[in-house]
Design a protein around this ligand. Structure first.
Ligand code: CO
Length: 293
């Protein structure tokens, strides 16, 4: 009994004060920092390589800080749940981290542009900011393309990642996701910046503009005979494997092949390249620097 009292006294007098204390809503709590990585998600096993790569880099950069995951796509989460894998939404992940006593959380968006998914993420985070007994500080790291500087870094990385066999007169066609959100303009901005370095690199989208029809017209106007098709999405998932590289009549490969352009497909997501992952990690570093200790 006496021993127990001494232990408690020791803890109260010496150990506890040595933890930094985070003031919040009337209680002082020990600082507990965490990272939440947020992706759109993918149900494809092949896509996991991208997510693993990012997670490893985050853990390497911030040793001893727990890394949690959330997927923003409810469709993907439902699909995965049916297969027995349970991924959290952003709200569930934050609620769990709150319950686990995290006081400081840096969230890194693994989205490509600041579109709807990113917007929703920011709105969810706002809802968590004023919770009693909640996470004291939450900072959101920016998606891949968030500034002109990011565009220039992505341009350099893309040019570096082009298969070495490709000749200058052959085209490189990147497939972005695309959206009705105004941030869709980043794809055209990326193409503009890429073409200043290499006029035969093109950026199209599946669900926004430029469309594959626009890209086909640009390629035929330049009398291009061969193109490398490369996904510009974090994972080489459903869109890359079917809409881009699939054998269906309206896939990008079929569309360009019918126009007399020979296609070579590369099935690798942007998050499989370290030079692109590093840009996300830089954004996470900036978010961590904003987390007040
Ligand atoms: Co889609």
């Amino acid at each position: 009994m006496k021993k127990k009292i001494i232990m408690v006294l020791f803890l109260v007098l010496f150990v506890l004060p040595s933890f930094a204390l985070a003031g919040g809503h009337g209680h002082d709590r020990a600082v507990k920092k965490g990272i939440l990585l947020v992706a759109f998600g993918s149900s494809m096993q092949e896509a996991q390589i991208s997510f693993k790569n990012i997670e490893e880099k985050a853990k390497e950069t911030f040793k001893n800080i727990p890394v949690h995951w959330a997927y923003t796509s409810s469709i993907i989460r439902k699909k995965l749940a049916k297969q027995g894998t349970h991924l959290n939404s952003v709200a569930t992940a934050l609620a769990k981290m709150m319950d686990q006593g995290f006081t400081h959380v840096a969230i890194q968006s693994l989205h490509t542009i600041r579109g709807e998914e990113f917007n929703d993420l920011v709105c969810t985070v706002h809802a968590f900011k004023n919770m009693p007994e909640g996470i004291n500080h939450i900072v959101v790291g920016q998606p891949l393309l968030s500034s002109q500087k990011d565009i220039e870094k992505v341009v350099a990385a893309i040019i570096n990642n082009i298969p070495k066999k490709r000749k200058k007169k052959e085209a490189v066609v990147l497939m972005g996701h695309g959206t009705h959100h105004p941030a869709n303009a980043f794809y055209a901005a990326l193409m503009f910046n890429l073409q200043r370095k290499d006029p035969n690199i093109f950026v199209g989208t599946v669900e926004g503009t430029p469309e594959i029809g626009d890209i086909k017209a640009m390629l035929t106007a330049k009398k291009i005979k061969k193109a490398y098709l490369i996904p510009f999405m974090s994972v080489a998932g459903d869109h890359a494997r079917n809409d881009m590289a699939g054998d269906e009549d309206d896939s990008w490969k079929s569309t360009l092949t019918k126009a007399g352009i020979k296609c070579k497909v590369v099935l690798k997501g942007t998050a499989e390249y370290d030079n692109i992952v590093n840009i996300w990690i830089e954004h996470l570093k900036a978010a961590m620097a904003h987390l007040k200790g």
